[in-house]
Write a protein that binds this ligand. Structure first.
Ligand SMILES: C[S@@+](CC[C@H](N)C(=O)[O-])C[C@H]1O[C@@H](n2cnc3c(N)ncnc32)[C@H](O)[C@@H]1O
Length: 373
């Protein structure tokens, strides 16, 4: 154990498959500093340094620049588990892109073998926007503004002119007709905000870098359950804004068991995630407001977890699942089992039989709530 906790530069280089020169460079620029000493007094890597190096090397392999990596690994809102989850998502994304390129290359080889030349457009497609649209970064591809939910949120903002969007992600639900400031701790998400989106500050909900009452309103959409301390974050929103609007989920009842077939019949592990989530009463108390139910339209365009309640085939799509953290959080084994079970039941007609009442519904109550204060 002792040895594991203090590794020499040479040993770390050997284990990680990088040069000592690289490690020295990381040390010089402050990216990964060996913080321990060997018995002989030489600088050595402690367990925490190795963990940080592992994150740095993984982001490096994904193509991030060193400056960008420094911002990612220094982000106080992201712990080791959050880094691992994010890395996993990014790697899956990269794997999907590579798989799509292999398929495109196979097609071209086949075509050439049959004497058919692909057009210049076809050859370039695999590197361009079209590929990005189909298998690109999961989040922007499936998480869009749902206009009916947006209308509820914007109405709740009232006549607010200045709006703070906390946990803003790629900017869904940011009203275009108001003066918006976004707050987003994740560099990966910030990097995916479209050109022309509202200015975005790198910060966390729990510690908003603004004076009291700086904004007319603060909003938070599908983000509260990602915060390490939701109640502290909501109090911060309350502090910096006169009005608070939060779109979130009622985790306080066991309603998820009965109301959504996906968690009831395929993914009961969802219940374990809820155990850590604060109750709706705690959340509303933190902002001093009320909670209103938000029904999910059957053709909801924002691909959050419940969005496809009447389109069950969508959950078989890896890309749909990757844009929703629940699937990553329950673990690969539960995900595989749930997807296989659903696939079988769809093929056998069992799903349709069990959920035949849903066909008549245009919107469903699945525990989503708008908190307004
Ligand atoms: C599911 S996304 C929602 C993004 C956006 N609001 C939307 O509706 O598309 C959750 C977001 O919460 C952010 N987040 C995680 N922890 C946070 C924290 N402590 N404070 C603020 N945002 C946080 C994540 O980085 C992520 O962008």
């Amino acid at each position: 154990m002792e040895e594991l906790e203090r590794l020499t530069v040479g040993r770390v280089a050997e284990l990680a498959g990088v040069t000592v020169r690289t490690l020295h460079h990381y040390d010089r620029i402050g990216l990964v500093r060996p913080s321990a000493r060997t018995a002989g007094g030489y600088r050595a890597y402690a367990a925490g340094d190795v963990e940080r190096l592992r994150e740095v090397l993984a982001y490096r392999r994904l193509g991030f620049g060193l400056r960008e990596i420094a911002a990612l690994v220094d982000d106080p809102a992201t712990d080791a588990v959050a880094h691992l989850r994010r890395l996993r998502g990014l790697l899956l994304d990269q794997r999907d892109r590579a798989a799509a390129m292999v398929t495109a290359i196979d097609r071209e080889l086949e075509a050439r073998a049959m004497g058919v030349r692909t057009t210049p457009e076809e050859q370039l497609k695999v590197f361009g926007a079209e590929l990005y649209d189909t298998i690109g970064s999961a989040y922007p591809a499936t998480r869009r503004t749902e206009p009916r939910i947006a209308a509820r949120i914007w109405e709740a903002l009232g006549d607010a002119r200045t709006v703070l969007n906390v946990g803003a992600g790629t900017g869904s639900y940011e009203p275009r007709d108001r003066d918006v400031t976004a707050v987003e701790p994740s560099a990966v998400m910030r990097a995916q905000r479209p050109a022309g989106a509202a200015p975005c500050v790198a910060a966390s909900a729990e510690n908003l870098p603004f004076e009291d009452r700086s904004f007319d309103a603060a909003m938070a959409v599908s983000t509260v359950h990602h915060w390490p301390d939701p109640v502290a974050g909501l109090r911060e929103m309350r502090r910096v804004a006169r009005r608070v609007v939060v779109f979130t989920y009622d985790a306080s009842t066991t309603g998820w068991l009965e109301r959504f077939w996906l968690t009831r019949d395929y993914l009961p592990e969802f219940g374990e995630l809820l155990a850590d989530w604060p109750s709706l009463a705690d959340l509303t108390r933190a902002i001093g407001g009320r909670a209103e139910p938000v029904l999910v339209p059957w053709d909801c365009t924002d691909g959050f977890f419940e969005a496809h309640w009447r389109r069950p085939e969508a959950y078989l799509d890896e890309q749909v699942r990757r844009a929703v953290s629940v699937w990553t959080r329950v673990g690969a084994e539960a995900e595989r089992r749930a997807v296989e079970g659903l696939r079988d039941d769809l093929a056998s007609g069992c799903w349709a039989e069990r959920n035949r009442d849903l066909v008549a519904l245009d919107a469903a109550e699945l525990g989503l709530r708008l908190l307004v204060a």
